[in-house]
Design a protein around this ligand. Structure first.
Ligand code: SF4
Length: 209
């Protein structure tokens, strides 16, 4: 990447854009809501079950001017979801300011592994054992979504729930490839511990992105 371009990426004025699409939010509190997704490349958290491994290497995704991303997004929806990869790899300040200036509602899906930048209407925190969230993301998260791959993730979920604010909504979501095995565990757990709710990847059942 050219030096000038790299400087713009470092300032958050360009972002490695992997894909952008208008769809239905499939997971968590806003499931069922039409939203425009901006998927930013770059993530070094390394979840072995990650379903967007193509996002990891930021070099594979073209640095794109945020003004162009914002212009596109505003044509489709009032609700914008910035996801990844790990969006907080980058400075989210500039893009969220521009989206806010357009009067849009902005959500982030993050592992919380890096310092929180940007202005958000909704923070979905999906913590990962390999790189735990920063204190600020725990405090500001609106929903905590723990992916359950095996039984130990229920223990991890409780540890994570102890770190978020009182009003944070708690979700357990089956990892897609293990869903048949872990859904019964989650169902039983939520019935015994009703502060949790079940989240499903409904977009995968609907066969939409
Ligand atoms: Fe994949 Fe998200 Fe884990 Fe990164 S944090 S490896 S994008 S699941």
């Amino acid at each position: 990447m050219k030096k000038e371009m790299q400087a713009l990426v470092e300032r958050g004025e360009m972002l490695p854009l992997m894909e952008e699409f208008y769809t239905i939010q499939g997971e968590g509190f806003y499931k069922g809501t039409a939203a425009y997704f901006i998927r930013v490349g770059g993530c070094d958290v390394g979840c072995h079950w990650c379903d967007v491994k193509e996002s990891w290497n930021a070099e594979l995704h073209p640095p794109t001017e945020i003004t162009a991303i914002v212009e596109n997004a505003s044509k489709y929806s009032d609700t914008i979801v910035i996801t990844g990869g790990e969006p907080l790899t980058w400075d989210m300040g500039p893009i969220t300011r521009q989206l806010k200036n357009k009067g849009l509602r902005i959500h982030i899906e993050t592992s919380g592994a890096y310092p929180l930048t940007g202005e958000w209407d909704w923070i979905c925190l999906s913590p990962k054992k390999m790189k735990l969230p920063t204190k600020e993301v725990y405090e500001k998260a609106h929903e905590l979504k723990v992916i359950v791959y095996n039984k130990d993730d229920l223990r991890f979920a409780e540890e994570q729930a102890a770190q978020v604010s009182e009003n944070c909504i708690l979700y357990l979501q089956p990892e897609w490839s293990k869903r048949d095995k872990v859904i019964p565990l989650i169902v039983e757990y939520v019935m015994n511990n009703p502060k949790w709710k079940v989240s499903l990847q409904t977009h995968k059942y609907l066969n939409i992105p």
